[in-house]
Design a protein around this ligand. Structure first.
Ligand code: ADP
Length: 347
């Protein structure tokens, strides 16, 4: 079942030249996590705020659990939508304890039921024993868990998370991703997570929607977004990508770095660009070779080489962390693209 559905949603802020969201259609299945991914300013937060009811699109429809909550004219207020929201800065009340922060959204319950709900949710997020602490007495990761507990306590149908890991130290992020993923799995809640970090989207989401200047570029599972991006923008945004020029001749794509299958069936003579990821390219020193090493970035788990082809085209190659060749080494290339992605050449 589709728990969240956006169809043809457009939103322009007052005095803005361009729409922040342009004819956006998306859905999220019950129990799934959708990540909204894109660069700063592309409209990610606006989508989240429109689902929550804090922004009112001028056109299109939004449905939550089958109920129309916004149709461009009328909007159901946020508190009646059954959504829980975790803000980037957590927005905890500094003068309230952990228990009081979480109980804030449970004022409609009888005191006993609210206390039981707080105990249950604190167990779920691993914060039993922290009931009487104030936010400033907690680590960043613990504050985030309180924010999630507070959002989940009223049993929303959807959890919305806006860049939830951006305020954490890099070494805490990996751990918190796993913890939040486990919380989402245990509650089975439908979630929408906004991020500009593709690794975060890959790690957390069942599906990823990539936005570019308010428009949806692609929505797909993480593997398809990485291996078979549908636009050059997506290809570039979710990882290192090179675009190697080629031409379709006799049913194959001929390029400077080899011949590839014409999997999408471009007509004979078409000028294309084939997307090459660094993990598709392997280099071995050879004398004389067909290319030359122009640069190396040591990245801990790999060495990322920049390789110069005779035409002046650059390709990148990912080699083992211990494989070190000097700059200027002449090399032979092996390009084994497991997923052949081509775009008709841009002019
Ligand atoms: P993201 O979350 O991807 O960084 P936003 O959704 O915050 O992007 O913003 C999308 C666009 O809308 C940006 O150009 C931003 O400057 C603009 N914008 C966001 N909020 C407002 C607002 N309240 N008023 C006017 N323009 C806004």
């Amino acid at each position: 079942m589709k728990l969240i559905e956006l169809s043809g949603v457009s939103l322009t802020y007052p005095n803005a030249v361009e729409p922040a969201l342009h004819d956006l259609s998306l859905d999220v299945k019950e129990g799934a996590t959708l990540s909204i991914l894109g660069p700063s300013g592309c409209g990610k937060t606006t989508v989240l705020r429109a689902i929550a009811g804090f922004e009112h699109p001028q056109a299109g429809e939004i449905r939550i659990a089958g109920r129309l909550v916004c149709d461009g004219k009328q909007c159901v207020p946020p508190e009646e939508r059954g959504v829980g929201m975790v803000f980037q800065d957590y927005a905890l009340f500094p003068h309230l304890t952990v228990t009081q922060n979480i109980a804030f959204g449970l004022r409609r319950l009888a005191p006993r039921a609210a206390a039981d709900a707080v105990t249950h949710i604190l167990d779920l997020v691993g914060l039993a024993g922290f009931e009487d602490r104030y936010p400033h007495e907690l680590s960043g990761g613990q504050q985030q868990r309180v924010a999630i507990a507070r959002a989940l306590a009223p049993k929303p149908v959807v959890l919305l998370l806006d860049e939830p890991f951006s305020n954490l130290d890099p070494d805490m992020r990996g751990q918190m991703r796993e913890e939040v993923q486990e919380i989402l799995r245990r509650t089975g809640i439908t979630a929408v997570l906004v991020t500009h970090d593709h690794d975060e989207a890959f790690a957390m989401a069942d599906r990823i929607a990539v936005l570019n200047r308010g428009r949806l570029e692609q929505v797909d599972d993480p593997e398809s977004i990485y291996h078979t991006p549908s636009t050059p923008f997506v290809a570039n945004f979710v990882g290192q990508a090179d675009f190697l020029p080629g031409r379709v001749e006799n049913g194959k794509i001929h390029t400077e770095a080899g011949v590839f299958e014409n999997v999408t069936g471009h007509p004979h003579g078409t000028a294309v660009e084939i997307m090459i990821r660094p993990d598709d390219v392997h280099i071995t020193p050879a004398s004389p070779g067909t290319a030359q090493i122009a640069g190396r970035q040591f990245r801990g788990s790999e060495n990322l080489y920049t390789v110069l082809l005779p035409s002046g085209q650059y390709l990148h190659s990912s080699e083992a962390s211990t494989t070190v060749y000097p700059i200027g080494t002449s090399v032979e290339l092996t390009v084994a693209a497991t997923h052949i992605v081509t775009f008709v050449k841009r002019r």
